[in-house]
Ligand binder design. Structure first.
Ligand code: RP5
Length: 167
């Protein structure tokens, strides 16, 4: 089993982890069958030396698990979440509903996809106002990792100031 994959922490285990520096990038997939499609993201993060973790959590089959992960990730030090899912790909949106972290959705293609992944692409991209999810291309796991690296490269916060909007 790859080092990135761990069992889900219990609430007590989670408290213990708060003392340790957590991974910067959390990668979630909706199913074991999605794992291979996310390999390019893992490779990219590994190559850049960016700490990460990988978990299988389904928005439909384990909504409580997704809620727990998403609402505690920031406390553990995670700064960006990449979520890959196929078909009715609710996972990135549900993560974004429970977390203020930037969420990058990766629409995944599978043998059961409609339109070669168009189903997941629309499910991820068509989020309602107020719950943003960045969406890369179908099977765009590598780009998701590069985008996560670019987000991490920015300093924390941003200065408040007037906008320069010319008409
Ligand atoms: C989605 O349904 C998963 O992300 C996966 O891409 C798809 C099929 O899941 P399995 O039936 O292979 O578990 O939720």
């Amino acid at each position: 089993m790859p080092a990135e994959r761990e069992a889900q922490p219990s609430p007590l285990g989670l408290l213990e982890q708060l003392d340790e520096p957590g991974p910067l990038v959390g990668i979630l997939v909706g199913s074991e069958s999605d794992l291979e499609s996310m390999d390019p993201a893992l490779a990219e993060l590994r190559e850049r030396g960016i700490s990460h973790e990988l978990k299988v959590l389904s928005a439909h089959r384990d909504p409580r698990g997704v809620a727990e992960y998403s609402s505690t990730a920031q406390l553990r030090g995670v700064r960006v979440i990449i979520a890959g899912a196929g078909m009715a790909a609710a996972l990135p949106g549900v993560v974004a509903a429970y977390s203020d972290l930037p969420v990058i959705g990766v629409p995944l293609r599978s043998s059961k996809s409609v339109g070669d992944g168009l189903d997941a692409l629309l499910a991820i991209a068509q989020m309602p106002p107020g719950v943003p999810v960045a969406c890369v291309s179908v099977d765009g796991a590598r780009n998701a990792a590069i985008l996560a690296a670019r987000i991490l490269a920015q300093g924390g916060g941003y200065p408040q100031g007037p906008s320069l909007e010319s008409t």
